[in-house]
Design a protein around this ligand. Structure first.
Ligand SMILES: [Zn+2]
Length: 341
C-alpha cells in the first residue's frame, strides 16, 4: 500500500519553486515529452537538474494540460536517502534533512514532493496479514447524533464516536446558507473547504480510535454494506443523507486503510432492517427517532446501539453457521473412515 506523509520542512524554497513553475510552463507550452533537463538548462537556474527532470516528466505526461498551477518540487526515490537508525531523510540535491519524521515501517520511499511549507513523502508500506478475529464489532454510522456507534455482542461493550459532527454541520450549514444568499461565492468556497478539513480531521481521529479498539479486542470490524451509498433504506431523509454520504464514505476509507496496516479484518453485511430488528430476539421492532423498542421481548435500547449489535450479530451469525457446518462434518469424519475400513 502507498501512503503519503506530510512533514514540515522549515526551509525557504521559493526560488526553486519559481524555477520549477517556469520549467513546467515551458514543458507544457512546448509539448516536451522527453524528460531531458538539458532542454531547460537556460531557465532552470538554481533548480537541480534531477528535480527539473522530474517536473518535466510529470508535466510532459499530462497531455491534456493547458495551464500549470502550483508546481511542486518533485524528487524521485533514487535521489533520496533514508537512515533507519535516526529515522531521518536526506535529499542531497537540496541539502535537505527531514528529521525523525515517519512513525511507520515502510519498505521504500517512492517520491517526495515539496511545496513552500511541506514535504509530501510517498512510501510503500507493508500490509499486515489479517488476524483471525475472536469476536466482531458492529459499526453503525449515522446522520444524526454520533457519527459512529460500535457494539461488541461478545463483551457487551458499546462505544460512541464523533458527537461534535452534527454541531459542526449545523454551524457551517448556517454560514453557507447566509453566504449563498449574499452571493459571496469566494467566501463560500473558503468556508466549504474549512468545513471539509474539520470533518476530515474528525474522521481521521474516529477511524484511529475504532481500528485501535478492534486491534485490542482481537475483533473484526463489521460495517453495513452501503454499496452505492445512495440506494439504501436509510435514504428517506435523502437531502440530509447526501450531505453526509461523502463523510460516511471517507470514514469507511480511513478505517479500511488503517485496519489494513494493523491486520484488522473489515467486513460488510447486508444493511436491511439493521435498525428495525431487535438485537435480543431478532423480531422486527419499532424505532422512533433514537429509541428502539421490541414488542415481543420488551427489549429497549438506543436505536444506534441496537443497530450496531445487529450489524455485528449478522456477521457472527454467518460465521457460526459455517462453524456449525464444519463441526458437523468433523463429527462425521471418523464415522466415514470407520465405515471404509
Ligand atoms: Zn426482542
Amino acid at each position: 500500500m502507498i501512503l503519503t506523509f506530510k512533514i514540515k520542512h522549515n526551509r525557504d524554497f521559493s526560488e526553486e519553486l519559481k524555477k520549477a513553475f517556469e520549467v513546467a510552463e515551458f514543458t507544457v507550452a512546448n509539448k516536451i515529452r522527453r524528460n531531458n533537463s538539458a532542454l531547460v538548462k537556460d531557465i532552470r537556474g538554481i533548480l537541480p537538474s534531477a528535480i527539473a527532470t522530474q517536473v518535466m516528466r510529470k508535466y510532459g505526461n499530462q497531455k491534456t494540460i493547458k495551464q500549470v498551477h502550483n508546481v511542486n518540487l518533485v524528487i524521485a526515490g533514487y535521489y533520496i536517502k533514508f537512515f533507519e537508525e535516526t529515522n531521518s531523510i536526506w535529499i542531497p540535491c537540496l541539502k535537505l534533512h527531514l528529521e525523525n519524521t515517519i512513525n511507520r515501517t515502510f519498505t521504500k520511499i517512492n517520491q517526495i514532493e515539496l511545496d513552500k511549507e511541506f514535504a509530501y513523502v510517498s512510501c510503500t508500506v507493508a500490509e499486515q496479514p489479517d488476524m483471525i478475529p475472536q469476536c466482531f464489532i458492529g459499526v453503525d454510522r449515522n446522520t444524526t447524533g454520533h457519527v459512529a456507534v460500535t457494539a461488541n455482542p461478545d463483551t457487551g461493550k458499546i462505544e460512541k464516536f464523533g458527537k461534535s459532527a452534527l454541531h459542526i454541520h449545523r454551524k457551517y450549514s448556517a454560514i453557507r446558507k447566509r453566504l449563498q444568499r449574499e452571493g459571496k461565492f469566494r467566501e463560500l468556497k473558503r468556508v466549504k473547504d474549512r468545513e471539509s478539513r474539520i470533518v476530515k480531521d474528525l474522521n481521521h481521529k474516529i477511524s484511529r480510535k475504532i481500528v485501535d479498539m478492534a486491534q485490542v479486542q482481537h475483533a473484526a470490524l463489521v460495517f453495513e454494506d452501503l454499496g452505492g451509498i445512495r440506494q439504501t433504506r436509510k435514504q428517506h431523509r435523502s437531502f440530509k443523507y447526501a450531505l453526509h454520504s461523502w463523510s460516511f464514505y471517507q470514514l469507511q476509507q480511513f478505517v479500511e486503510y488503517k485496519a489494513k496496516l494493523l491486520g484488522v479484518p473489515v467486513l460488510y453485511v447486508d444493511p436491511a432492517y439493521t435498525s428495525q430488528d431487535c438485537s435480543m430476539c431478532g423480531v422486527r421492532g419499532q424505532r422512533k427517532g433514537k429509541d428502539f423498542k421490541c414488542p415481543v421481548c420488551g427489549h429497549v435500547d438506543h436505536a444506534d446501539v441496537n443497530a450496531a449489535f445487529n450489524i455485528a450479530l449478522r456477521q457472527k451469525g454467518m460465521v457460526d453457521c459455517i462453524q456449525k457446518e464444519m463441526d458437523t462434518m468433523g463429527a462425521l469424519m471418523p464415522h466415514w473412515s470407520s465405515d471404509l475400513e
